[in-house]
Design a protein around this ligand. Structure first.
Ligand code: GLY
Ligand code: MN
Ligand code: MN
Length: 412
């Protein structure tokens, strides 16, 4: 039936939302179960809709949340589908519209879903008289007949998502705790993969060790398909086929992370399959590492991702010497992606472009990819923005060439 809800956090989020809109009705549907025959299933049939999760932390499918703000009065109603004992024998217990539902959700009014349409007729009536209705209008919910533009045609219907996205950009304590947990699980997986590495292994064997580390440490699912690129594949940014056999002397780029409690980390490590960096690999690695450190040292409230990107590139430019030939290594031919992005319920989370604030969580992920040498290096860490600067969240996974070599030596 899901994890305990942080009732204080979800209540505070709903209150903050209603304060933001002042007057209006908010209607948020939960996700549906995925269709095992028709949808591409990852490792289970259900992942909650992010907006619904943000305001409830419930993993119940096909529920609806209705919030109403009218002056000083606010109303919160959770609508739940009926429990079906025969179905629950196949898929497990569900939350029902009863006292258990009230206690676990922390929402005082929990009603059966049959009563939703009656309530919506009142919402529609109020909407026609100028009471705004906020609904999440994204591809996954636009199809819902209950919230399609048609359902409230003629009323003041607004998209809820820009407001929710701006709230989600700065993480509260509960969200930060979830991200820390997702990061720690991810770190354990990266360490397991480094320990397992031997020349001649297939990329998928490294992937197995990595994801074994995630699952053993309690991951709910992958944050995104694991990228395990060796040798030439280390230069393909989102290579996730993971079928090549590694060769002695290869570098391996692993960009992979676990999701826990709906929040995902995003971590990349690059290591030599045989446990020893060559001088050339180390030189490129240390340049990427220095660029990442320079960006980290500049993390503070008020700065933008764009400014941090420029700082990382400047460091690379000034320290490239002849490492990348005639051009410097920061050239878009070699460092051909952005420095980072916010993480949260999505791996590329909302809030990109916004000046940093305490409570935002971002990645710093410079890279240099030299295709002609089959040599790619990316180092990606997750950083919490604090009032004074940044806090590394993922530095439990070895970051320096020395620390990586030491770890890999210890497992031989
Ligand atoms: N793992 C995707 C990214 O680093 O942005
Ligand atoms: Mn990333
Ligand atoms: Mn990544």
């Amino acid at each position: 039936m899901g994890r305990p809800v942080d009732i204080a956090a979800t209540t505070a989020r709903r209150r903050a939302l209603l304060q933001r809109i002042g007057r209006g009705t908010v209607l948020i549907p939960a996700a549906h179960e995925r269709n095992i025959e028709q949808d591409y299933v990852q490792d289970n049939d259900f992942r909650q809709n992010n907006t619904f999760y943000y305001f409830t932390e419930l993993e119940t499918q096909d529920a609806w949340l209705l919030l109403t703000a009218r002056g000083d009065t606010v109303e919160t109603v959770l609508f739940l589908p009926p429990r079906m004992p025969a179905q629950e024998r196949w898929t497990g217990l569900r939350l029902g519209a009863d006292s258990v539902g009230v206690r676990l959700s922390g929402i005082g009014t929990v009603l059966p879903i049959d009563s939703l349409d009656g309530r919506l007729r009142r919402v529609r009536f109020a909407a026609l008289r100028g009471m705004p209705v906020y609904v999440p209008l994204d591809p996954s919910t636009r199809e819902e007949s209950r919230i399609s533009d048609v359902a409230f045609a003629g009323g003041d219907v607004r998209n809820l998502l820009p407001i929710v996205d701006s709230m989600r950009a700065v993480k509260d304590a509960d969200e930060i705790a979830r991200l820390r947990r997702a990061v720690n699980i991810s770190v354990a997986g990266h360490i397991a993969a480094m320990r397992a590495a031997r020349p001649g292994m297939y990329e998928y064997e490294l992937e197995a060790a990595l994801e074994d580390g995630f699952r053993r440490n309690g991951a709910d699912r992958l944050g995104y398909p694991s990228i395990v690129g060796s040798g030439p594949n280390s230069t393909t940014l989102h290579y996730d086929v993971n079928r090549r056999r590694t060769e002695n002397g290869d570098l391996v780029v692993i960009d992979a992370a676990a999701e826990w409690g709906q929040y995902t980390a995003d971590v990349t490590r690059t290591f030599p399959i045989n446990g020893r960096f060559t001088a050339r690999q180390k030189a490129i690695y240390d340049l990427v590492l220095g660029a990442q450190q320079a960006a980290f040292d500049s993390v503070r409230p008020g700065i933008t991702m764009g400014q941090l990107d420029a700082i990382a590139r400047r460091y690379m430019r000034e320290h490239s010497a002849a490492l990348c030939g005639e051009k410097t290594c920061d050239d878009r031919e070699y460092f051909n992606h952005g420095l980072g992005h916010p993480i949260g319920m999505d791996v590329h989370d909302v809030g990109f472009g916004r000046p940093l604030e305490p409570g935002m969580v971002i990645t710093l992920e410079p890279g240099i990819y030299l295709q002609s040498e089959k040599l790619g290096v990316r180092i990606e860490d997750d950083v919490l923005v604090t009032a004074r600067g940044g806090e590394w969240l993922s530095d439990g996974a070895p970051r320096t060439t020395d620390a990586i070599e030491r770890l890999m030596r210890g497992s031989r």
